[in-house]
Design a protein around this ligand. Structure first.
Ligand code: SF4
Length: 385
């Protein structure tokens, strides 16, 4: 087995803009922090002495060229912040009660993402683009252990890709590798690693491949090329997915958001063709479909940050959760097209992300209750039943 702490990897293209590391003094000796500092040894390092200082962060520069981290022109893009996180690591997914939510639990490992998808919700969630990594992993593991042992009869469908991409920082943090290693002792958990890049360095730590679900976002090739800045091609994602299935994993796919553009029917059909060329239906645990939707404040961020994104000028209505959604006829047409193309290719385990019974019925001809409830259905699919 090779030693991953040696710089055997090339910093991927999408991380070449990194320019400094900030680390809380209290986690400086944590194994994860030490690993990141070794792997990003070429970057200046700033130690944050006290997180309880009022006002500006109090920083002590220890590296050549280190900046004060108090706000740069690009709102912290290029800064990795190894933080002593004091909040809850295990969370419920922020779905809303108005629509069917998939009921998975988030393992919160950090915030923000080095990619720049134009539609990314994180632009509205967070004020800056600092890549925050919760470096006090021992606290995270203690919290998970306590939750699992409180309810030993319970099964958990877990994921890390809610407030960050699961794998974009993996080459420098090895976070997922540590996490799958830890979860190996808890076969009542199934962890989904959701990404738009390829990093399989966590694989050799997996005790049970049937308890880890590598997952990739799918979209039309045109949307990937135009709107998912820094991501790897669909072909590369699917080649990685196939490599996972050859190693004994099943994978998940997520068509979210499905976006209208001239020729979208052909674009999404082309993606399903590619999926069929790389994966067999039995290789896939589940596939989500979600229509374009966003909080009102996100629209302004998209306009400012991604002027090429024309889809925000489509017609929207405000949904029950306050989010802007495409008008239902177009929404249903798009979701039905992707669903039917996937089904014709033999793929099952399809579900809609944050939609009502009416839309489920119009797209699939049934509602989540006929599956025994969406959360329970996905739990069964995740655990291979
Ligand atoms: S990969 Fe996900 S988290 Fe990262 S920018 Fe794209 S949508 Fe946002």
């Amino acid at each position: 087995m090779h030693n991953l702490d040696k710089p055997v990897f090339q910093v991927p293209e999408y991380l070449r803009h990194l320019r400094q590391v900030i680390v809380d003094r209290s986690v400086l000796d944590a194994p994860l922090a030490q690993r990141v500092l070794r792997r990003l040894g070429h970057l200046p390092v700033v130690i944050r002495e006290s997180e309880f200082d009022p006002g500006r962060m109090h920083l002590t520069s220890v590296g050549k060229g280190a900046e004060d981290g108090s706000g740069s022109k690009d709102s912290g893009s290029g800064t990795v912040y190894l933080k002593h996180y004091r909040g809850r690591f295990l969370r419920s997914c922020p779905g809303t009660r108005h629509y069917h939510c998939c009921a998975y639990r988030i393992v919160h490992i950090g915030e923000n993402c080095p990619l720049s998808c134009s539609y990314c919700i994180l632009q509205a969630y967070f004020q800056d683009r600092v890549l925050k990594v919760w470096a006090n992993q021992a606290d995270l593991f203690a919290e998970l252990e306590s939750a699992f042992s409180e309810r030993p009869d319970r099964r958990w469908r877990l994921g890390t890709g809610e407030f960050t991409d699961s794998l974009t920082l993996e080459p420098v943090t090895g976070y997922s590798r540590d996490l799958v290693g830890f979860l190996g002792a808890y076969p009542q958990t199934c962890l989904e690693l959701k990404s738009k890049v390829v990093d399989l360095s966590w694989m050799d730590q997996v005790a049970r491949p049937d308890r880890v679900l590598p997952a990739w976002s799918m979209n039309a090739p045109e949307i990937q090329a135009r709107e998912e800045g820094g991501s790897v091609s669909l072909e590369e994602r699917l080649r990685a997915a196939r490599a996972c299935t050859q190693a004994g994993f099943r994978v998940c796919l997520h068509f979210d958001p499905v976006i209208p553009f001239p020729g979208w029917e052909r674009g999404y059909a082309r993606t399903v063709e590619m999926i069929k060329d790389h994966l067999r239906p039995e290789d896939v645990a589940y596939i989500s479909l979600g229509s374009l939707r966003f909080m009102p404040e996100l629209k302004q961020r998209i306009e400012e940050n991604h002027p090429q994104a024309r889809y925000i000028y489509a017609e929207f209505i405000t949904g029950l959760d306050g989010k802007q959604r495409l008008l239902r006829p177009l929404r249903v047409r798009q979701l039905r097209h992707v669903a039917e193309t996937l089904r014709r290719a033999g793929f099952q385990g399809l579900y809609l992300c944050m939609e009502s019974d009416e839309v489920w019925n119009a797209v699939f001809g049934y509602m989540p209750k006929e599956l025994g409830g969406l959360g329970r259905y996905l739990m069964r699919r995740a655990f291979g039943e």
